[in-house]
Design a protein around this ligand. Structure first.
Ligand SMILES: *Cc1c(COP(=O)(O)O)cnc(C)c1O
Length: 391
């Protein structure tokens, strides 16, 4: 399997990590075509995760935007977001490799939750690395992970957020590779992780393609939010060769385009190395990695999966940034029009409809990947503009 997407990706890691990655690569290449593994995963995706998720024709929103809008309902999966597709698949690989324990990094807690869920289901030990600041901010998710039997390790180094948690998880992994598998949560990190995550999330696009065909509907645009880029990679993948389908990734611009704290890696970043991969990175003129902050903790990552850096460079996909105000307006619009409360992350993708739809000359069909449900975000939405969340 190729280690790079164009010039993006690769394995920028010390030798001990490379040895661990080689073992993961070998297991993945063997299992991804293994009949028994595929059947077992498919069975769990159907009976436990709730796949296939519906492709929903949002008629009220369509009327509002004067174009046909469809939503791919990843919000209806068990645990409420697409992350479970990948966490469960990697946990199953760990089990087949006879590992006793899985570990994961988490920022907002959603990947930690998905990993703890998969560990409980498959009878694996689980330890989640989470920055101490995030542990405080996400107390409810921490409690959920503990209920599910996971140990949550609060990292007090550095800025005590996601990047520090990744470093600590890697350190722990290299020292314990015999018993431990590292479940990476987005289409990021050194090879083979971006490829593994994309492979397991690509079920979203595959289903979507079949569902569109069933209703005899051609699609013009596919829109997805990008943090590290896993749900976008997942829905884009089946359509990459179909050049008529335009692919749009939407990043978080935080408070707005003039603030330094945004997560708009592709629209503002430069080529650099972060967490073992070469990709686009938000950095200052000295090449130091920037700290991100948007209302959406799930999109707060200063890097981006290498596939997206490549799709942007090759112009196969386009990436835009949406600010917090635009995101919250889109969230509220979907609630009112369709009775669906979307995740803040997914609301960035929805917000792009406001820009896209008025610019289209002919009536178009647009699929938005509704990556997750908004229950986890109600406090942030409630407090938004009360001056509390940026305090
Ligand atoms: C984590 C998360 C994202 C962002 O992660 P990607 O890897 O870019 O998909 C988007 N939406 C939801 C609901 C999430 O939980």
């Amino acid at each position: 399997m190729k280690k790079y997407y164009g010039k993006f990706g690769g394995q920028f890691v010390p030798n001990e990590v490379k040895i661990a990655l080689d073992e993961v690569e070998k297991a993945f290449l063997k299992l991804k075509n293994d009949k028994e593994f595929k059947q077992e995963l498919q069975y769990l995706l159907k009976t436990y995760v709730g796949r296939p998720t519906p492709l929903y024709h949002a008629k009220n929103l369509s009327k509002h935007y004067k174009h046909e809008i469809y939503l791919k309902r990843e919000d209806l999966t068990h645990t409420g977001a697409h992350k479970i597709n990948n966490a469960l698949a990697q946990a199953l690989i760990a089990k087949k490799m006879n590992k006793k324990k899985i570990i994961a990094e988490t920022g907002a807690g959603q990947h930690g939750l998905a990993t703890a869920t998969a560990a409980a289901l498959l009878g694996l030990e689980c330890e989640i690395f989470m920055g101490a600041t995030d542990v405080q901010r996400q107390a409810l998710n921490v409690y959920k992970m503990e209920l599910l039997g996971a140990k949550v390790n609060a990292i007090t180094k550095g800025r005590k957020t996601l990047s520090d948690a990744v470093d600590e998880a890697l350190n722990f992994w290299v020292k314990n590779t015999k018993d431990v598998f590292y479940v990476v949560g987005s289409a990021v990190g050194p090879y083979p992780y971006p490829q593994i995550v994309t492979h397991f999330q690509s079920i979203i696009g595959k289903e979507c393609k079949v569902q569109l065909k069933k209703i005899n509907q051609k699609v013009d645009y596919i829109v997805a939010a990008t943090g590290g880029g896993s749900n976008a990679a997942g829905i884009f993948h089946a359509f990459l060769k179909d050049k008529k389908v335009k692919l749009i990734g939407v990043e978080a611009a935080g408070l707005g385009k003039d603030t330094p704290y945004h997560a708009a890696t592709l629209t503002k970043g430069k080529i650099g190395i972060i967490h073992g991969m070469q990709t686009k990175v938000l950095q200052n003129d000295q090449g130091e990695i920037s700290h991100t902050f948007s209302i959406s903790a799930g999109l707060d990552y200063p890097g981006i999966g290498p596939l997206h850096a490549y799709l942007q460079e090759s112009k196969r996909a386009n990436y835009y940034a949406i600010n917090d105000d635009e995101c919250i307006n889109a969230l509220k619009l979907l609630c009112k029009k369709e009775g669906i409360i979307p995740a803040i992350e997914s609301s960035h993708a929805l917000a792009y409809l406001d820009k896209l739809c008025p610019s289209l000359k002919k009536k178009s069909t647009i699929v938005v990947n509704l990556s997750g449900r908004g229950d986890k975000d109600m406090q942030s939405v409630y407090e938004y503009k009360k001056g509390q969340i940026y305090g």
